[in-house]
Design a protein around this ligand. Structure first.
Ligand SMILES: [Ca+2]
Ligand SMILES: [Ca+2]
Ligand SMILES: [Ca+2]
Length: 321
């Protein structure tokens, strides 16, 4: 496929290189380059203008990339160009997985989206090496999954097919549990607590939070559990001791719940906890949960359980000093 008589060059058109230039909180790095550049010969450059060939982008990584991985998108032409073939690579992204080392227009704009063109003359390169390389960086930031879309514009209003690479985050969303009411449930009262995600969800995201209610004499029909506030928060399995709190959709992040003992309950203490990490019993990663965020969800290392005590009206003894 190489053009006869063309001269090879080691000139490397790397847009993004030094990772040391990344800001500390930079998300995954996109790296794109044309590999193995060939400079067209003067003989080729003198050829007559022609109808542009049909350009096709392929995506060998259609299952998507996990942040930290790379992929190569070859560009193929219906026939090799014999004269200048200026094209514009149009990049559009969602998520902050790219480093704007050269292409500043790919920099995060605060809304999670950006677009920018990159102009290049494909005739300057060996068609065997028409490859766009994307490299993403494995960071420690829990973030929504993203995409990078590429389409080639050329000639008089011509475009290639559009290729979208999905980028999957691999950092877990951490779930925290916190009691917000008194440790003692007054007669007829309830225990209030919050369940919070480390970040707000975006449209289409779901996290199922397994809860566990336990304590001596505790049974599922001896109390009620309900959500009193929280965008996109809904309970299920409230007739069991392992209910599930689902967060779903844009803006879902924090829910306030109350556990209210039945009036006749004689249970004195309740332990409210998040399910354990992993795929064991009631675990965060077990099959059947609807959690679909990149990296899954993890219970917080310490903010994952608390106790409350029911005031049963027994006389109290106060020891003073
Ligand atoms: Ca990561
Ligand atoms: Ca990440
Ligand atoms: Ca994540």
């Amino acid at each position: 496929m190489s053009k006869p008589g063309s001269r090879r060059s080691t000139f490397d058109l790397c847009f993004f290189t030094a990772t040391s230039l990344l800001p500390v909180r930079s998300a995954a790095l996109f790296f794109l380059a044309f590999a193995g550049i060939t400079i067209a010969s003067l003989n080729d450059a003198g050829a007559q203008a022609q109808t542009p060939p049909t350009l096709t982008l392929s995506n060998p990584h259609t299952s998507g990339l996990v942040e930290g991985q790379s992929t190569r998108l070859p560009i193929t032409a219906s026939e090799n160009p014999t004269s200048s073939l200026p094209v514009t690579l149009q990049f559009t992204r969602t998520g902050d997985f790219m480093n704007p080392f050269r292409l500043n227009c790919l920099k995060g704009d605060g809304t999670g989206k950006a677009a920018c063109p990159y102009e290049v003359d494909l005739f300057d390169y060996d068609p065997d090496d028409w490859i766009i390389i994307f490299r993403t960086k494995d960071d420690d930031i829990d973030e929504p999954d993203g995409t990078l879309t590429v389409v080639i514009e050329y000639g008089e209003g011509l475009t290639s097919n559009s290729v979208t690479v999905d980028i999957r985050d691999n950092d877990p969303t951490v779930v925290s549990l916190a009691r917000v009411s008194s440790e003692v449930i007054s007669d007829g009262g309830a225990a209030a607590f919050t369940v919070s995600l480390g970040r707000a969800l975006v449209a289409g995201e779901v996290i199922d939070v397994p809860l566990a209610i336990s304590g001596t004499g505790v049974s599922a029909d001896g109390y009620t559990l309900s959500v009193t506030s929280g965008t996109g928060a809904a309970l299920s399995g409230t007739n069991t001791l392992t209910p599930n709190l689902r967060f779903s959709g844009a803006g879902a992040q924090t829910a306030t719940l109350v556990l209210r003992p039945a009036a006749a309950s004689t249970v004195e203490g309740y332990r409210i906890a998040l399910g354990p990490d992993g795929d064991g019993a009631n675990g965060f990663d077990r099959a059947g949960l609807g959690t679909n965020v990149g990296g899954g969800a993890d219970p917080h290392g310490t903010e994952n359980s608390f106790h409350v005590w029911k005031d049963l009206g027994h006389p109290s003894v106060t020891i003073t000093g």
